[in-house]
Write a protein that binds this ligand. Structure first.
Ligand code: UDP
Ligand code: MG
Length: 322
């Protein structure tokens, strides 16, 4: 299991307890190997998250830890954990640390894995526990992505099981702006979904404020769709046709002697055209910016330390994020 953690000191004790019980039961039932692990990835937290992970590892080898050199965001933290775990794992379940994802859905995911599926998406059956605002923005996000032509699994976040070969496939996508929900369906292989009820955050507050959600949505769209660029072309064409009509109209006004009265329409045109141009430049800028950051090929994350008895501990400061 790979669990990204950013400032999660309030939930880690409970999360580790529940995961230990869950994995214990699954081992007992013979559904997973006895040397399965829960890998917590500390995403550069400023609180005691890493100390807690290190202590869990000391007390019980079921828990392993990956410490990133700084905060790199949820998606990169997840990827860092999967990159590390895939070295010995046959299947990886990724889950948030805050216990919003129902751990009991893991059983069905593993059954699906044994039935031959490589990717099992956890899909929340309702959003009753989310605030109305979160629900509205989150569902709006899926609709927007769909309208932009991005292939997403509706109401699936990053709670999913992936087989070794699916994760290895994922790691071949080496873009730096990683948006896992968009990429995983691109990997292919047989996939299915498992429904679960999404609970409230166990403790602490959301690490995804509106600003991060908007950035996330923008990233998702600009990484997978060039529709916004195409919309600009249509917008430009429409405005051009409109301006021809305006030309005819102003000539008519000119020859009927009403020229001074054009102030309102003139002002309106200036503002509207200025706005449209700025908007279009902004959209193009988004893509240019993306090309810029992709062209640099920077590592997506840098692992500072790995605590895991499956992996040789002398291979520290491993730079395998690029
Ligand atoms: N997270 C992370 N790095 C970040 C922000 C969040 O690793 O920069 C982790 C966080 O610890 C949690 C998961 O990503 O395990 C999802 O975050 P959160 O629950 O705050 O988001 P929400 O459920 O509110 O969308
Ligand atoms: Mg959460």
């Amino acid at each position: 299991m790979v669990v990204p953690c950013y400032k999660e000191e309030a939930v880690l004790p409970e999360t580790s307890k529940r995961l230990k019980a869950k994995l214990g039961a699954l081992m007992e039932a013979g559904k997973i190997g006895p040397d399965s692990r829960v890998m917590f990835v500390n995403d550069g937290s400023s609180d005691r998250t890493w100390e807690i992970i290190a202590r869990l590892h000391e007390e019980d080898r079921l828990f392993s830890g990956v410490n990133l050199s700084r905060n790199r965001g949820h998606q990169n933290a997840l990827l860092a954990g999967m990159t590390t775990a895939v070295r010995y794992a046959d299947m990886i379940v990724s889950m948030d640390a805050d216990l919003q994802d129902d751990v009991n859905a893991i059983d069905a995911m593993i059954d699906a894995y044994h039935a031959g599926y490589d990717v099992v998406y956890g899909v929340r059956s309702s959003r009753r526990t989310d605030s109305a605002f979160k629900r509205l923005t989150a569902e709006g996000f899926y609709h927007l992505m769909h309208a932009m032509g991005v292939d997403l699994v509706f109401n699936h976040a990053d709670y999913r099981l992936m087989s070794k070969r699916a994760v290895e496939g994922l790691l071949q996508f080496n873009e730096s702006n990683i948006f896992l929900r968009g990429i995983v369906p691109q990997i292919g292989y047989p996939s299915t979904t498992v429904e679960y009820e999404r609970a409230r955050r166990f403790a602490g507050e959301s690490k995804y404020p509106l600003k991060k959600m908007i950035a996330f949505a923008m990233d998702g769209i600009t990484s997978f769709s060039i529709k916004p660029l195409r919309l600009i072309v249509f917008l430009g064409a429409a405005v051009f046709v409109l301006s021809l009509a305006m030309l005819v109209w102003s000539l008519v006004r000119r020859f009927t002697g009403h020229t001074v009265s054009g102030w309102a329409s003139l002002m309106f045109s200036i503002w509207m055209l200025g706005g449209l141009q700025l908007l279009s430049l902004g959209v193009i800028g988004e893509y240019v910016g993306k090309i810029y950051s992709e062209a640099k090929h920077r590592p997506r994350f840098i692992i500072e330390r790995v605590l895991d008895d499956h992996l040789d501990s002398d291979k520290q400061n491993d730079r395998n994020g690029d």
